[in-house]
Ligand binder design. Structure first.
Ligand SMILES: [Zn+2]
Length: 332
């Protein structure tokens, strides 16, 4: 799913969340002959957006005019339309993967995972992946969201914090924006245990992410038994990224994608949709998305950014802590 109009969204001129992000990905896919068939999605409807956002907040975005949701998130009269289009792309990818039992990719912006029930922020207006999850829940009983963006998806967590039918799992750098996502944050009420946070310190890369996937993500997803998996694919955990200090290489990202695809095949009838979130080093972002997309067909691409730099011991301590916290809810 790729709405070409999503390059028309400009947060502010010179902002890191720029139209060039999508252009770089599209050029890379095109150069690798991977951009053969794409579907241009419809914008999400008001009703679909209100499945996760308060009507008053949707009104606010629609009628805001010129201004700022937060100092990094400018809003203009046309933003509402672009945000609906991004949500529509995520929705269409989710529904396509559910129907076909095959992976799908939503190349969309603005991103969404910081947008909560009644707020935007962090370059996000509407929560694309959450809106897609809600649509899937109309036909499937359980959906897992894996968030590999370097930032914690506070919006997604808030939306589903009390929910047992959506499992939210996030790996992120802890202590940077938005400041949430501690290991002890496990969801509320009947949703306790259905939020799983893996809060890594800086300089954590391939080996630690692999450890987290094998010892936390995969066992919990297998026990949760989702009927579909959605991935918040942020390229900003890459060691080239200028905004964060995690150290995933393109190889590490490809490994995560491969593990996720295999897991989806094993437990979720092959239903998995990857939805673009952040990622601000253009060549690295393009490489990560292209490597992920090539894996849909079992292919691999030549990788430029593969020098993994990691501190496994640091990652191990966090993974052990998460296992101790989540052990109350899952067999780990
Ligand atoms: Zn991010």
């Amino acid at each position: 799913m790729y709405p070409p109009d999503c390059v028309r969204h400009v947060n502010l001129p010179g902002h890191v969340e720029s139209p060039q992000r999508i252009e770089a990905i599209v050029q890379k896919l095109d150069a690798l002959h991977l951009l053969k068939d794409y579907v241009v999605p419809e914008p999400a409807s008001r009703r679909q957006i209100e499945s996760v956002h308060a009507a008053s907040y949707v009104d606010l975005v629609e009628g805001f005019g010129e201004g700022f949701l937060d100092p990094d998130t400018a809003i203009h009269p046309e933003t509402y339309g672009f945000a609906r289009l991004a949500a529509g792309g995520a929705l269409a990818a989710a529904l396509a993967c559910a129907e076909a039992g095959r992976p799908a990719l939503a190349l969309v912006r603005p991103p969404g995972h910081h947008a909560g029930p009644d707020h935007g922020g962090g370059f996000c207006y509407f929560n694309n992946v959450a809106i897609a999850a809600k649509a899937l829940l109309q036909r499937l009983p359980r959906v897992a969201i894996l968030d590999f963006d370097a930032h914690h998806g506070n919006g997604t967590e808030e939306i589903f914090t009390a929910s047992r039918d959506v499992l939210y799992v996030s790996t992120h750098q802890y202590g940077i924006y938005p400041g949430t996502g501690a290991a002890e944050s496990v969801g509320e009420g009947r949703g306790a245990g259905f939020t799983v946070n893996v809060p890594f310190p800086a300089r954590i890369g391939d080996a630690s992410f692999d450890l987290a996937f094998r010892e936390v993500v995969e066992p919990i997803v297998r026990q949760f038994l989702p009927e579909a998996i959605l991935v918040s694919l942020g390229g900003d955990a890459h060691y080239k990224d200028p905004l964060t200090h995690l150290s995933l290489s393109s190889k590490g990202y490809a490994a995560l994608a491969e593990q996720t695809l295999a897991l989806a095949k094993s437990v979720a009838h092959g239903r998995v949709a990857f939805v673009l979130e952040g990622g601000y080093h253009l060549p690295a972002l393009a490489e990560v998305v292209a490597a992920t997309y090539a894996l849909f067909r079992g292919e691999s691409i030549h990788l430029q950014f593969k020098e993994g730099r990691d501190s496994v011991e640091k990652g191990k301590a966090v993974v052990e802590r998460v296992k101790a916290v989540q052990g109350e809810y899952w067999d780990l």
